[in-house]
Design a binder for this molecule. Structure first.
Ligand code: PGA
Length: 260
């Protein structure tokens, strides 16, 4: 696990965008795993800027989003399909046929989850997976206690997540209780994982994820087992890490070929 501590969310987002760009330059049909939430907003702005100013192309890229609420469609303002359209896809040259997000209005959620897994497989698996982290340690909507071996499936949100996500729905009573989410096992098969987290409110869960024990109670702690996971965090989110000086030392002394 590599921990990259940068000054603020802008620097972290720019760094994450450079990782995406370096993949896309080497492999134009990179399969990207994409998150939603407040965390990736600046990251998406950076990707848009690189598309507009630096000629970065997404034409051949294939994308899979992590999750979607059950029962709401892509035209619902709080759906993740709409989030992605508003915050990324409408600004770049991604081919709509290569964009994948579970359909919240599908008739058979179990079938939808199963075919999502099959689509990821037939795309050759996810190359580069971006993640946020919930205050309770969830990745995607794999809430605490989720199996480390889980695949795409239906989950019931915790009350905390419902509360966290309620602003987009105008109140907790409007937040769907069920979601379809890629599983932890699905996420762990990505060739590279980049997790972003910012702010004081994430400091404790970042400490648990990076330096705490491996436990399904902190689903993100499984990233300790991933061969190529990069945790990109600002100073506030890093503030409870015991070994932050060492992570900084490693980053400052990385070999030239690792620099972006
Ligand atoms: P946030 O959510 O980016 O809005 O903090 C992250 C998550 O719940 O995964």
């Amino acid at each position: 696990m590599e921990v990259v501590i940068l000054e603020n969310s802008e620097e972290c987002s720019a760094y994450a965008a450079r990782i995406a760009a370096s993949w896309l330059k080497k492999k134009p049909n990179t399969v990207l795993g994409l998150p939603t939430g407040r965390t990736p907003l600046n990251f998406y702005r950076q990707l848009i800027r690189m598309y507009q100013e630096e000629g970065l192309s997404f034409k051949q890229a294939v994308t899979f989003n992590l999750d979607e609420y059950v029962g709401i469609g892509k035209d619902h303002p709080a759906s993740y399909a709409n989030f992605m359209q508003q915050n990324l896809f409408r600004f770049i040259d991604a081919n709509p046929e290569n964009i994948h997000i579970p359909d919240g209005l599908c008739h058979d959620v179990e079938l939808e989850c199963q075919s999502y897994e099959e689509m990821i497989k037939s795309a050759g698996g996810i190359d580069l997976q971006f993640l946020g982290i919930g205050g309770n340690g969830h990745i995607a909507f794999n809430e605490p206690g989720s199996s480390f071996a889980s695949r795409t499936r239906v989950k019931t949100l915790t009350e905390k997540t419902i509360q966290d996500n309620s602003p987009e729905f105008g109140g907790t009573e409007n937040v769907p209780m069920h979601v379809m989410t890629m599983g932890i096992g699905s996420i762990m098969e990505a060739k590279q994982i980049v997790l972003l987290a910012f702010g004081e409110s994430k400091a404790e869960v970042i400490r648990q994820m990076v330096e705490g024990p491996l436990t399904a109670s902190v689903p993100a702690s499984i990233l300790q087992m991933h061969p190529k996971a990069t945790i990109v965090i600002d100073r506030q989110a890093a503030s409870k890490l015991e070994r932050s000086d060492y992570y900084q030392w490693v980053f400052n002394n990385r070999p030239d070929w690792q620099r972006l």
